[in-house]
Write a protein that binds this ligand. Structure first.
Ligand SMILES: [Zn+2]
Length: 216
């Protein structure tokens, strides 16, 4: 039935990763509904076989009434987006100035999905910003409020902001989905905005014809 390597005449891009590997270190792996721990790198991930690999997976018919789910993430100079549309899932880069015009876009149609892998990693950049910038400000205003009580009003939101940033960096983390298609492989970071994280993940699986699964 399902083997760790692409079988059944599935054409996989020679440039992308193998469809059934750990998305962290590319060690060979078998698809499973459950969260896996990589034997080589020890990282947690999920790996699902898609309709282009397993003929028993039925992709639901495209429904234009189901809302489009869009996520985006900012790098140092570029902004990336991921989008779930009626016909497929796509990722691309936004213009760096106003971050609203798609400069390029490449996608995988739902029926062409060979595998979907999901994993998370701590957001070290956000953690460093929280500890080096937000925390000292919060602490500074808190200490200052002993002398000048009005400063306490400022220290509360700053403390909450620091706690929220640390929560996001360490607990929510950066969430990634690697979608290996027949013709190309795309990777989407889907934890921003945070309110769409679970929706993006569950819609990604549902529209690929897969049962819902935990985010590892
Ligand atoms: Zn690994």
């Amino acid at each position: 039935m399902m083997t760790p390597t692409g079988s059944g005449g599935v054409v996989v891009s020679a440039f992308g990763p193998s469809p059934f590997t750990c998305p962290r270190c590319d060690a060979p792996s078998a698809p499973s509904r459950d969260v896996q721990t990589c034997a080589r790198c020890g990282g947690a991930f999920t790996l699902h076989a898609g309709a282009a690999h397993d003929a028993s997976i039925v992709v639901p018919p495209p429904n234009a009434l189901v809302p489009i789910v869009k996520v985006r993430s900012a790098g140092l100079a570029t902004h990336h987006f991921g989008v779930i549309e009626p016909l497929g899932v796509a990722e691309g880069e936004l213009d760096p100035i106003i971050a609203s015009v798609a400069m390029d876009k490449s996608g995988v149609a739902w029926g062409d999905v060979v595998s979907i892998a999901v994993w998370r990693k701590p957001d070290w950049v956000e953690l460093v910003v929280a500890i080096l910038l937000a925390a000292p400000f919060a602490l500074g205003f808190l200490v200052g409020s002993f002398a000048l009580p009005v400063l306490f009003v400022v220290s509360v939101p700053l403390t909450l902001l620091t706690a929220w940033m640390i929560h996001r960096a360490v607990k929510v983390q950066r969430n990634y989905a690697r979608i290996v298609g027949r013709y190309r492989t795309i990777t989407i970071r889907f934890d921003r905005p945070g309110r769409r994280r679970r929706l993006f993940h569950s819609e990604l699986l549902r529209r690929a014809g897969l049962p819902d699964a935990p985010i590892p």
